[in-house]
Design a protein around this ligand. Structure first.
Ligand code: ADP
Ligand code: MG
Length: 458
């Protein structure tokens, strides 16, 4: 087996391991600690995990190595040991971008450990803008441009997986590019707390304070994490005030509005509110489709030659509405699966491969509802949906109903067949294909279908 295949295989195993780890450690901790890691090899029972910084490997090995071991052992056993290696190059890059030119060496080393690694995929270029996130995006852009500090802090909030961390990284990167001398400190609130607790333990609180107070831009992700953690909140509040007083830019993210964070002191809430507060709304269909198209373009590089049947992305954009992370995960799995099987990505394969995700996102539209709406729309009788008539004015709407049933429910072809007057599954398949074909050529049909779908989803 060549090297490349090994790496591909490691990515594959790690992909599965990540899904399980996310369930074990929860979404927030996962994003902070596990997401930046990569599995680089398994050799004689020892799994090697690459970490972008020493800080990260330190924490992960202390808190998550048992979980990682357990999961890898199950997926790719036997694994008895996990070893963490630091990709020093990556962290050096970050440190270099963050530290001022003539700083003494020891300080630079501390910086390297303080700043969380930036994900190179999280750039403004890769961020798809739509109605639900345009305000947040515009505010992020403005802050990233530098200039005078006009809103301080910038407070971004929104549900899980809607792009907060992505925007935060994009801002950090952009500022580093525009102002290489600026000291940008980006970290999650959990990391802030960890560093603070560590400083308390090591009796280096003064260093900790000084360090945080010398940054030009402070970015704290998922600030809701420190709610209820009294001494960390207190320290955060003082750091925050000092920096605001010095006119330094602060950027905060959270999963909810400042006023809605429970167990957060009122004076902190009100300070968090005094800049610009913008939220990322849940995605809409257009935004999801845009994101899928853009991700597909990058997957095509990773999996050259893979064919994608028309309608698959639209199907996913309609059916997976929870959040962008889930949407991306689904697409990733689909491409990996298709490439393993060496097959084109079809609607059927998508439904098979993503059955669990689709079920979880099910909107529960019934076939009966679809038949009723379509019949109404085309002014035919509901009984004609299941009846035998073959005239086009009846047969076409019936096929559209079949197509929508396939797209909007998780029913199998035989099940759909039974509800269309006991038709064979091949008849349903034929109907679905026919509409897929026509959709691309016939504009008004495509619009009809979109309209019907919206009506059914409402
Ligand atoms: P949050 O921090 O809000 O939980 P993330 O920023 O981690 O969410 O986003 C989850 C995933 O979705 C990331 O991989 C991110 O790149 C992607 N994502 C979210 N919004 C967008 C968008 N508008 N365009 C492109 N990718 C996005
Ligand atoms: Mg996040």
């Amino acid at each position: 087996m060549g090297n490349e295949t090994d790496l591909g295989e490691m990515d594959n195993i790690w992909g599965q391991a990540r899904e399980e780890l996310q369930k074990i450690v929860g979404t927030d901790s996962f994003a902070t600690w596990i997401e930046p890691l990569r599995l680089t090899g398994v050799d004689e029972g020892t799994a090697t995990i690459a970490c972008p910084t020493r800080f990260l490997s330190d924490w992960v090995s202390r808190h998550y190595s048992d979980d990682i071991l357990k999961v890898l052992d199950r997926l790719n056993g036997p694994v008895h040991r996990v070893s963490f290696e630091t990709r020093s190059q990556t962290s050096r890059q970050v440190a270099a971008a963050n530290s001022e030119p003539k700083r003494p060496a020891p300080r630079a080393a501390v910086d390297e450990e303080l700043t969380a690694p930036l994900d190179h995929r999280f750039t403004f270029d890769n961020f798809i803008v739509g109605k639900p996130n345009e305000l947040a995006h515009a505010a992020a852009r403005r802050v990233a441009e530098g200039g005078p500090v006009t809103f301080n802090p910038l407070f971004l909030y929104g549900g899980v997986g809607l792009g907060k961390t992505h925007l935060m990284h994009a801002i950090a990167r952009e500022i580093q590019i525009r102002q290489p001398e600026a000291k940008v400190l980006y970290l999650s609130a959990e990391q802030f707390m960890y560093r603070f607790v560590q400083a308390l333990r090591d009796r280096t609180v003064m260093d900790f304070k000084e360090l945080f107070r010398t940054v030009s831009v402070l970015m704290v992700d998922d600030v809701q994490f420190i709610a209820g953690k009294d001494s960390t909140q207190e320290e955060f509040f003082h750091t925050f005030n000092t920096l605001v007083d010095q006119g330094k830019q602060i950027i905060i993210s959270a999963d909810r509005a400042p006023g809605e964070i429970k167990d957060m002191e009122d004076r902190i809430k009100s300070r968090l509110q005094c800049g610009l507060v913008v939220d990322l709304h849940p995605t809409d269909y257009e935004l999801r489709l845009g994101i899928l198209q853009s991700k597909t373009d990058s997957f095509r590089v990773q999996y050259p030659g893979l064919q994608l049947a028309p309608g698959v992305l639209e199907f996913l954009a309609h059916r997976i509405t929870s959040n962008v992370r889930v949407l991306e995960g689904a697409l990733q799995r689909l491409f990996a699966f298709a490439s393993l099987m060496g097959r084109e990505i079809t609607l059927d394969m998508t439904q098979e491969c993503l059955a669990d995700i689709l079920r979880a996102n099910d909107r529960k539209v019934s076939i009966e509802e679809i038949q009723r709406k379509v019949a109404e729309h085309y002014n035919i009788r509901l009984s004609d949906m299941i009846g035998p008539k073959r005239v086009r004015t009846v047969a076409r709407p019936r096929q559209i109903a079949m197509y929508l049933s396939k797209q909007m429910t998780s029913r199998s072809l035989p099940e759909i067949g039974r509800r269309f007057g006991g038709r064979d599954h091949t008849t349903i398949m034929h109907g679905v294909r026919k509409i897929e074909e026509l959709r691309t050529a016939d504009r008004s049909l495509a619009e009809d279908i979109d309209l019907l779908r919206r009506l059914l989803e409402a």
